[in-house]
Design a protein around this ligand. Structure first.
Ligand code: FAD
Length: 469
């Protein structure tokens, strides 16, 4: 008779729930237990009612052109209700106004220079500088050569400024990529934060030529949506996984923070408010800092470096605005803010009720406004009323909104968004090998490591489950 193994999954965000759900589905030889510090599952995924509709407080979309999130939706029976943005274009606040982003952008990098010229976003000099890329035959940066592991990683800013000039970086690439993790694309790992550009940059001295070739080779139907959303809220994903775990008799202990992990002869013991829990293997699907604390004594080497991973905090402020008070038509999914034209408080604004048909209303517009970024917490330091007032000033500047919001909701995401610095993939590899060597049977997964978007977290949850002995 084979003995049953117990696996404890620590952290019930999308990563931990996917790992537990995968084990519960595929491994009848394993007893799975989930322990979660907070009183709810979902972690950074949260949907609550706002203006009579389920409006996400965090993630509201996932990449549709990679398989992981779609496959999970299929497994949970959600595929028939998936939707995609009603508006495909977006604006950028630049040169003192809202400008349509040109077509042909790949992660902010323009591949259609006529469309870039027509957008009025970059100056003639900026356009001429970007155009030099097209005729370049000599490598002018360190991206040449084959480096699949990103060992000679550089920042997104370094590459784009060198190849296409400062204007393209500051007005297009930086607003698109800095927003993803409330960071600064000048310090963002190219390999970890913009892998598609990293691959293109290695294949040709002309980045635009390489990205065009990538698009042609990928044969992506332009009608295929880039993103999907879940009309009843992204939290449905994590709620459904909780329901499936409950059906499978997998205990999910909420309000149950793990305080420490100690080494036994053949098992690990987790100290929790419920008492000690022993397990043969553990999946730590927690953010880097709590993970580092739990590894402090059992894998001190990787824990020390993991503890130094930087995070950004951000606020997501949801506003209901009377459509009569809008100064611009809501004919796009929202707007980003160029590095050249920072606003006092607002960092991006999603026109949620234009982006998602299910949030539309004849009288009221719903906006999801972001504030706060790495190294700048002044917005987070304001109380809710002061934050809404500060954002209202920026919305008057950008969108001409001339009346206070009908309703508001402030969600603060503290230390929520990991900052991948150049060299991140190599650091992750050393954390993983260090944990495997010092604490065998413990696995690390989640937004701190191999991508912070939902598909990347789901993939890591699957991989952690697959790594269980
Ligand atoms: C405002 C915002 C908007 C976003 N928008 C998008 C988007 O549109 N699309 C997209 O793809 N991604 C988006 N993301 C990113 C994505 O939501 C996150 O990266 C992802 O949800 C993180 O999942 P995770 O499971 O790795 O971690 P988390 O969700 O952080 O889960 C970790 C869990 O561990 C628990 N925990 C911590 N310490 C302990 C302990 N000691 N014991 C037990 N439990 C513990 C925590 O309470 C938490 O529940 C967004 C993120 C934010 C903040």
């Amino acid at each position: 008779m084979t003995s049953r193994r117990r696996v404890v999954v620590v952290g019930a965000g999308i990563t931990g729930l996917t790992a537990a759900f995968t084990l519960a589905t595929n491994r009848p030889d394993t007893d799975v237990v989930v322990v979660e510090a907070s009183e709810r599952v979902g972690g950074k995924i949260l949907t609550t009612p706002f203006a009579g509709r389920p409006v996400d407080c965090g993630a509201d979309a996932f990449l549709a052109r990679v398989p992981e999130a779609l496959e999970l939706c299929r497994e949970l029976g959600l595929q028939t209700i998936l939707t995609s943005p009603a508006q495909k274009s977006a604006y950028v606040w630049v040169n003192g106004g809202l400008h349509h982003l040109p077509s042909g952008l790949v992660l902010g990098v323009p591949t259609d220079l006529d469309a870039l010229a027509a957008s009025g976003i970059v100056s003639d000099d900026g356009l001429a500088r970007a155009s030099q890329d097209l005729t370049r035959t000599e490598w002018i940066d360190s991206a040449n050569g084959v480096d699949p592991d990103g060992a000679d990683d550089q920042s997104v800013g370094d590459l784009i400024r060198t190849r296409l000039g400062d204007e393209v970086h500051e007005k297009l690439v930086s607003p698109l990529l800095s927003g993803v993790n409330a960071g600064d694309a000048d310090y963002l790992s190219l390999a970890a934060g913009a892998a598609q550009i990293a691959v293109a940059a290695r294949t040709s001295p002309s980045l635009i030529t390489a990205l065009r070739a990538q698009s042609t080779a990928a044969q992506i139907n332009p009608e295929t949506p880039v993103f999907h959303g879940i009309p009843v809220g992204t939290q449905t994903l994590t709620d459904l996984m909780l329901a499936r775990l409950t059906q499978a008799d997998v205990p999910v202990h909420l309000s149950c923070p793990v305080a420490s992990i100690t080494r036994g002869e053949k098992t690990w013991t987790l100290s929790t408010p419920l008492g000690p829990i022993t397990a043969e293997e553990i999946i730590l699907a927690t953010p880097a800092h709590p993970t580092a604390r739990l590894l402090e004594t059992i894998a001190p080497e990787p824990a020390r470096d993991l503890a130094s991973l930087e995070y950004a905090s951000a606020a997501m402020v949801t506003l209901a605005i009377s459509k009569k008070s809008l100064g611009v038509p809501l004919d796009a999914s929202g707007f980003l803010v160029a590095q050249t034209d920072p606003l006092p408080t607002l960092t991006a604004c999603s026109w949620a009720s234009a982006k998602w048909a299910h949030l539309d209303d004849p009288e009221v517009a719903i906006l999801r406004v972001s504030a706060g970024k790495h190294g700048d917490t002044h917005a987070l330091d304001l109380d809710d009323a002061a934050l809404v007032a500060a954002l209202s000033i920026d919305l008057e500047t950008t969108m001409g909104i001339n009346a206070p919001p009908l309703a508001s909701r402030v969600t603060r995401w503290i230390d929520a968004l990991p900052q991948y610095r150049p060299g991140h993939p190599a650091r992750v590899a050393s954390w993983r090998s260090g944990v495997a060597a010092e604490a065998p049977g413990i696995h690390i997964a989640g937004a701190a490591y191999d991508g912070l978007g939902l598909p990347a977290c789901i993939r890591q949850g699957r991989q952690a489950a697959a790594a269980i002995a």
